[in-house]
Design a protein around this ligand. Structure first.
Ligand SMILES: [Fe+2]
Ligand SMILES: [Fe+2]
Ligand SMILES: [Fe+2]
Length: 406
């Protein structure tokens, strides 16, 4: 059956993944969406524009995959390279029909009101400035601590009022002051209520179903965000996706299954966004404490993907890539009887692609070495020997699929 996914659920899942980058500043994008939307509603923006604003806010920091960069940005201070993540987000959103609508507003979410380019449309200019306003509010909230937003509201309102003019559009600031005069505005910003605020929004314009070619854009966007986390893993997810499809082709899978395997490959490490840079890039063996953090990523992948209607099976193929046939993998300790062949394919593709790339603690392996390592893994009962045999029978083709991404 061809893949059909609801665009709204897909983008909300991407937002959940971006939340992970914050580590301790969980739900930044979601709070920004609430603050901006409540402000825009006071300004009388029509419902479709409010909906687009919510999605722009949820995705505004998608140019940030690094936990260190995220920490710096939410500190609220201006850094010389603040614009880099805005430009990166703009480039990432450009190719995708629905999401490109949000690209201009996101591109300028750190540009002061007085410095917005003259050729930016009125709607994008206002949206970008509302994101900036909400982003500042949330940075101040984080500085004060998120345990009791209401208690800090007066100080935050004063600071935002002081930014009217050059940094923030005066009407937007006035609307924010009106919206945030209610205690409920602040009380709603704690995690439990943030979830229900978003769940209550109907967002009808985004509630459309998309099929594989468009959903593949969303999955590729996710893979670009994940792969940008470390220069070691550049194009890793894309390579795993291509190799999964290639191995599936060699094994005679039907086109719809191949598409699903490709999606699983693109998204398999989405949970890695929660792992701090210091652990991902550590040039030595991880300590057991660090490894326990690393092990979370496959679980996070599962949690994010399995809640998207239509992705339940793909979630398993993606999230079980560190499971082993002998039951000694992580984090679910599945064993052969509970691992679908598609999940085993993604696992082989993951190991193959990683071996073909340098890692902080070793260089890339040559073809013969990859082949030997895969054999070892199959011998130990980690990887499926039949799939390893397929990869070894077409070592050159597999290597190309894993490393020459397009
Ligand atoms: Fe930002
Ligand atoms: Fe992984
Ligand atoms: Fe991986």
């Amino acid at each position: 059956m061809p893949l059909r996914i609801n665009l709204k659920s897909a983008v909300l899942a991407v937002s959940d993944a971006l939340d992970l980058v914050g580590v301790n500043d969980f739900q930044h994008g979601k709070r920004v969406a609430m603050i901006a939307r409540e402000t825009a509603a006071v300004m009388g923006l029509p419902a479709p524009r409010l909906d687009d604003l919510v999605f722009a806010c949820l995705l505004h920091d998608l140019g940030v995959s690094s936990t260190a960069e995220h920490r710096r940005l939410v500190s609220g201070a201006d850094y010389p390279d603040t614009g880099v993540h805005c430009e990166r987000a703009y480039q990432l959103l450009q190719p995708f029909a629905h999401l490109s609508l949000l690209a201009d507003a996101i591109r300028h979410h750190h540009t002061p009101w007085a410095e917005l380019p003259a050729d930016l449309g009125e709607a994008d200019a206002l949206a970008s400035n509302l994101i900036l306003l909400a982003d500042r509010v949330d940075a101040l909230l984080l500085r004060h601590g998120l345990d009791n937003p209401l208690f800090h509201s007066a100080a935050i309102r004063r600071e935002i009022a002081g930014l009217a003019g050059r940094t923030l559009q005066p009407e937007a600031v006035a609307a924010f002051l009106a919206a945030s005069a209610r205690e409920a505005f602040w009380i709603a910003l704690v995690p439990r209520h943030v979830q229900s605020y978003l769940a209550d929004l109907a967002l009808p314009q985004w509630g459309i179903d998309i099929e594989f070619p468009q959903f593949r854009h969303v999955a590729r966007l996710v893979s670009s965000i994940v792969d940008a986390k470390s220069h070691f893993t550049a194009a890793h997810s894309l390579g795993v996706a291509q190799l999964s499809r290639h191995l599936g082709e060699c094994m005679g899978f039907a086109p719809d299954d191949l598409s699903r395997m490709e999606i699983a490959g693109l998204m398999h490490d989405i949970g890695k966004l929660c792992v701090p840079d210091e652990i991902v890039d550590k040039p030595a063996r991880l300590t057991s404490a660090e490894f326990s953090v690393m092990e979370r990523h496959a679980f996070e992948t599962y949690e994010i993907l399995r809640h998207v209607p239509g992705l339940e099976t793909i979630a398993e193929w993606a999230a079980f890539h560190h499971e082993a046939l002998n039951g000694q993998g992580y984090p679910f300790r599945r064993s052969a009887g509970n691992l679908a062949v598609e999940a085993r394919i993604v696992a082989v593709a993951d190991v193959f692609q990683a071996l073909a790339q340098a890692r902080p603690y070793r260089g890339p392996q040559a073809l013969e070495e990859i082949s030997r390592t895969l054999d070892e893994f199959a011998g130990k009962g980690v990887l499926d020997p039949d799939i390893v045999a397929v990869a070894r029978d077409d070592l050159d083709g597999s290597w190309r699929a894993a490393t020459q991404v397009h």
